[in-house]
Design a protein around this ligand. Structure first.
Ligand code: XIL
Length: 347
């Protein structure tokens, strides 16, 4: 009798334990993919980073390795080495790959920035770039940020940049059409920042989305970068997700992170009270995404890299920041557990 009882407990543990362990991951408590952007070199060289990415995320974006200046460094030379290695890693681990980004005013190689040919030749170069990269990854990359940051800062008008100067205001639509020709199955996304600060920009994005639908330009989704600060208003976060969802397009929170070391709080210390505010806002964003974006339109939430020490904010803004769910040693932060608990309690 005792042996039989022991056996029952053993079998119970065998089945219940793995199920519970799986529930201990954010990604297993949401109906949409959880992503991270990664650095290809770090992924190759750091096993802790690599294992963490494989365990915690099921979607992956190259932080820089697929940008034009990396993948197309010279007019007649493409370099897919790092991009391919990220795609191979994703395949080994059953992850979705989101491509970032075919065209971006700030990610252009010198040869194209200094291009001396006619406007038409410039346009041909951009088309060739888009179609070569999309074809190379056809069937391997599920979706692309076709154009990144098309609108000007806090504005609803087109950003003045070399792309707009040479190709005209409607270059966005052209890029989408070229990408679609190269891989009709890839989902095509327009990625933007700053709609949480500027109502004008939010309205500009919505206008573009509706206009594209009317003109039958093949657009599938909107990328909402969400490089947030702890004092971004919750009402605005909700409003952005709600209004963008009304376009019917997929909504990808595409570059999520959250600065704490800002404004009057700027003390270079990650105090308990800052941690608490940050944690609550992380929870808030996950809940707002769940509630405001219809299931069929949830493309995922992607963090901009993995551990705090990998964040682009430190080198870019030359300040210490702790904007992610994992700390400098790749340990889950309290914010991770807070998000997890909140998701689990709502199931
Ligand atoms: C950033 C990377 O994180 C940095 O490593 C790089 O030096 C500059 O670009 N919006 C975007 C991303 O769409 O591509 C940017 O990534 C961050 C802002």
């Amino acid at each position: 009798m005792r042996i039989v009882f022991g056996l029952q407990v053993f079998i119970l543990i065998l089945f219940v334990y793995p199920a519970n362990a799986q529930k201990g991951y954010i990604r297993n408590n949401i109906s949409y993919p959880l992503g991270a952007s990664v650095d290809g070199k770090l992924l190759l060289n750091n096993a802790v980073y690599r294992n963490l990415v494989a365990a915690e995320f099921n979607s992956i974006t190259a932080e820089n390795d697929m940008k034009m200046y990396r993948i197309h460094p010279e007019e007649n030379r493409y370099d897919f080495t790092m991009g391919d290695s990220i795609v191979a890693f994703a395949k080994r681990n059953n992850m979705r790959v989101h491509g970032h980004t075919l065209v971006w005013f700030s990610g252009m190689p010198d040869w194209l920035k200094q291009f001396k040919g006619s406007n038409l030749k410039f346009e041909e170069q951009v088309k060739h770039h888009i179609q070569t990269v999309v074809s190379h990854y056809k069937g391997k990359i599920a979706s692309w940020d076709v154009v990144n940051e098309y609108l000007a800062h806090e504005s609803d008008s087109v950003r003045t940049c070399i792309l707009q100067e040479k190709m005209g205001d409607d270059y966005l639509a052209k890029c989408f059409q070229w990408a679609h020709e190269a891989d009709p199955d890839a989902l095509l996304i327009y990625n933007e920042y700053g709609m949480e600060w500027s109502e004008k920009k939010l309205q500009g994005i919505i206008r573009i989305a509706m206009d594209f639908k009317k003109r039958k330009i093949p657009i599938d989704g909107l990328g909402v970068q969400f490089h947030l600060k702890i004092f971004n208003s919750n009402d605005t976060i909700v409003r952005v997700l709600r209004e963008l969802s009304k376009t019917g397009l997929k909504i990808h929170i595409s570059e999520f992170d959250m600065m704490v070391n800002v404004g009057e709080n700027r003390k270079n210390v990650y105090t308990d009270s800052l941690k608490k505010v940050q944690q609550e806002k992380f929870v808030f964003v996950f809940n707002a995404y769940q509630k405001e974006v219809p299931d069929a339109q949830k493309y995922g939430i992607t963090f901009w890299n993995v551990g705090d020490k990998d964040t682009w904010l430190r080198p870019t803004y030359k300040m210490i920041e702790w904007p992610l769910l994992f700390d400098d040693d790749y340990q889950r932060k309290a914010a991770y557990y807070a998000v997890l608990e909140s998701l689990r309690s709502k199931k």
